[in-house]
Design a protein. Structure first.
Length: 186
């Protein structure tokens, strides 16, 4: 059996969900962002108990397959921007999502927009900008390096998107960083 879980956006989330589900008595196989393979579900454990336990930590079970697919898209994008880069540099994001999820990109895009009131592209941009804020606060990389590391084709393109979303240039933000968002709230 596989559980689909909303709100898992980092390794700490993955560890928290795994710990909580094991404490409930579930035998867990693999735990990935947004998905948990359950090997054994005790007869005494209700679905509502699992849901309530997850909700106490800011997560939720997803029962609808379409909502689950949207959460998988979000998890892949968050993981790609903030954690592990699985996508080869030569592969565009639409091909990457299609390959990973087994659906045509047009379907994924339409579904994502219908369920989230934003596009995959805007969600990806918001994630990149949030990652940029984090890296700008660290102050270890130049803005040029940061722009290319985040997949922008040019520094002006990055700076324009950053300014449009944040209201400051990356250089201004670096001097007075404010307004970081939790990844699951983007």
């Amino acid at each position: 059996m596989e559980l689909h879980i909303k709100g898992m956006v980092c390794d700490r989330c993955r560890r928290t969900v795994e710990r909580d589900l094991k404490q409930l008595g579930l035998e867990i196989g693999s735990v990935e962002l947004g998905r948990v393979a359950v090997l054994n579900w005790p007869n005494t454990l209700s679905h509502d108990t699992v849901r309530n336990t997850l909700r106490a930590e800011g997560f939720d079970l997803i029962d609808d397959p379409r909502s689950s697919l949207v959460e998988q898209i979000k998890s892949l994008l968050v993981n790609e921007v903030h954690h592990v880069h699985e996508r080869p540099d030569s592969q565009n994001m639409s091909d990457f999502l299609s390959r990973k999820l087994g659906y045509e990109y047009a379907y994924l895009s339409q579904l994502f927009s219908a369920q989230t009131d934003t596009t995959i592209e805007r969600f990806l941009i918001a994630q990149r900008i949030e990652r940029a804020k984090e890296l700008l606060q660290d102050g270890e990389r130049t803005i040029t390096d940061l722009a290319y590391d985040l997949g922008y084709s040019s520094v002006p393109h990055f700076s324009n998107q950053f300014r449009n979303l944040v209201g400051q240039t990356p250089a201004q933000y670096r001097k007075t960083p404010t307004g970081r968002q939790a990844l699951d709230k983007i």
